[in-house]
Design a protein around this ligand. Structure first.
Ligand SMILES: C[S@@+](CC[C@H](N)C(=O)[O-])C[C@H]1O[C@@H](n2cnc3c(N)ncnc32)[C@H](O)[C@@H]1O
Length: 177
């Protein structure tokens, strides 16, 4: 199984901070190892890193990256690029092929905010729609990650955290290390 990294395009600090933070938290919770952010918004990186310090796992965030050069480097290293867009091939019609590639290759998942630059559709190996209707990058990302990993993301252990939830049917139980 390869690695999963999420690339977040087009973040506008004044409008998208909360959604981009949730893109990062969702990526971390559902099996990705890091997030690349085209914006240089430090506050988003800091809040995700704070969560990772408390809850473990070693998720990383890199800000201020250039999407073209990151995609190029990723492909040169043998990784594949999946761009989530409502205009793409519907998830059930392409997930088997992508899963097959994921057995040996790492995946970069690209999500947008505002209008996505046209060349992203050409740079991506797969343009995937999570239903051909407009909705949210967080929902699209969560569903894609789950379909890709078929639930195995829930088996992941988050090492070296300060806090760990002890699941219980009622109430809250948290172990502090
Ligand atoms: C709120 S949308 C805005 C998209 C923008 N209007 C455009 O034309 O590219 C932000 C992001 O959510 C994701 N998204 C929204 N609906 C989606 C869908 N049905 N399938 C896959 N991704 C979707 C895409 O990554 C998109 O770039």
């Amino acid at each position: 199984m390869g690695d999963i990294v999420v690339l977040r395009l087009g973040h506008r600090p004044e409008r998208d901070a909360r959604v981009t933070t949730h893109v990062g938290l969702t990526s971390r919770a559902l099996g990705a190892s890091g997030m690349l952010l085209t914006s240089d918004d430090k506050s988003v990186a800091q809040s995700i890193e704070r969560v990772d310090k408390s809850w473990g796992g070693g998720f990383w965030v890199r800000i201020g990256i250039g999407y073209r050069s990151e995609i190029k480097k990723w492909k040169e290293k043998g990784g594949i690029v999946v761009h989530l867009t409502m205009y793409g091939i519907n998830l059930p019609d392409c997930i088997d092929t992508i899963r097959n590639e994921f057995k040996a290759k790492s995946i970069m998942v690209v999500v947008g905010a505002e209008k996505v630059p046209g060349d992203v559709y050409q740079l991506a190996d797969y343009n995937v729609a999570v239903g051909n209707q407009p909705h949210s990058e967080i929902a699209a990302l969560a569903l894609f990650l789950d379909w890709l990993q078929q639930g195995r993301e829930f088996e992941k252990t988050f090492r070296d955290g300060e806090l760990k939830i002890l699941p219980c049917e009622h109430g809250k139980s948290v172990e502090r290390k």
